[in-house]
Design a protein around this ligand. Structure first.
Ligand code: NDP
Length: 285
């Protein structure tokens, strides 16, 4: 039986620390605030927005949603993002992507001021992360993976970490964060040969593939630690979602495994708040 690495205790521990920090800032007359920019009303965006607002409220931090219609034109949205970015009382910005097809998402995201880019949406923000600049904020999901590993005292130095997935949102930044902690990192993708064997070599396996239950029992070995980042519609349970790991097949073999739901995904909004608070501290220092 593997140890189940649940996200809630990790989120609770982060939130307890943040609650104290918010109170300290407020006692100095500073009120940290997350700004959320949303175009349209996609259910996934609304779901994440709800979680972010709830987490902000739980730690005493303000949040404000800046909502725009789905048919907003490029010029108008550019102006709006610049305006939100310039607001002195907004310290961190979350914006939902992808944008509707008629908009140039790359141009829009780069209008977010880098010091408020708490989810690594901008090219300048990514540059900071990939050059180990401590003033940069990695995307919240990779940071949530690291929070999980730290909370559950998983040693990283010198360990073989294999990541399945090379996206800019998860795979690549989590590789950078693991390298910072002196892990030996392998990044796999759709062209990797002998994927199950490569995964089996790892001490720590991070699955960020976006394919339901793809990581099966032949990808893992006893003693491994498995972090499942995936959020996919569950093909076997309509209306539910599942991870990239075939949990029933893998769990009996490995030492520790994060579940889906209730794993990494439960930690991301706490990380978003943590990084907004750090941004606020830097902007008000
Ligand atoms: P992307 O689709 O952007 O990237 C998927 C990666 O997996 C790509 O690098 C792709 O390789 C690789 N891949 C796809 N199929 C295979 C395969 N058969 N074998 C090996 N590698 C493969 O996804 P994201 O990185 O955005 O997201 C990954 C997962 O994490 C998704 O399930 C997503 O829902 C979830 N997610 C969860 C979050 C959370 O808060 N928990 C937040 C963000 C994402 P290639 O580059 O060669 O195409």
């Amino acid at each position: 039986m593997a140890e189940i690495l649940k996200g809630k205790p990790v989120a609770d521990a982060i939130n307890a620390e943040l609650t104290q920090k918010v109170a300290q800032l407020k006692s100095r007359g500073i009120s940290p605030k997350l700004g959320i920019i949303r175009v349209g009303a996609r259910p996934d965006d609304l779901f994440y927005e709800g979680g972010a607002k709830k987490n902000c409220a739980a730690i005493g931090m303000e949040s404000e949603v800046f909502e725009y219609p789905e048919d907003i034109q490029q010029d108008a949205l550019e102006k709006a993002v610049i305006e939100v970015g310039a607001k002195k009382d907004v310290h961190g910005i979350l914006m939902f992507f992808p944008l509707p097809k008629h908009l140039d998402g790359k141009k829009i995201r780069d209008l977010i001021p880098v010091e408020k880019d708490v989810d690594c949406l901008t090219t300048a923000g990514a540059a900071k992360v990939f050059t180990d600049d401590p003033t940069g904020f990695p995307p919240c999901t990779p940071t949530a993976c690291m929070e999980m590993l730290h909370h559950y005292n998983v040693p990283l130095k010198g360990k073989k970490c294999t990541i399945v997935g090379r996206s800019l949102v998860v795979g690549k930044p989590v590789a950078m964060l693991l390298l910072r902690e002196h892990a030996t990192v392998t990044i796999c993708h759709s062209r990797t040969e002998n994927l199950p064997d490569v995964c089996k070599e790892a001490d720590i396996l991070v699955a960020a593939v976006g394919r339901a239950k793809m990581v099966k029992s032949n990808f893992v070995k006893p003693g491994q630690i498995v972090i499942d980042v995936g959020i996919n519609p569950d093909p076997d349970n309509p209306g539910k979602y599942c991870g990239d790991v075939d949990f029933p097949g893998v769990e009996p073999i490995v030492a520790k495994i994060s579940p889906v739901p209730a794993g990494v995904g439960s930690v991301t909004t706490s990380v978003l708040c943590k990084q907004t608070l750090q941004a606020c501290e830097m902007q008000t220092a």
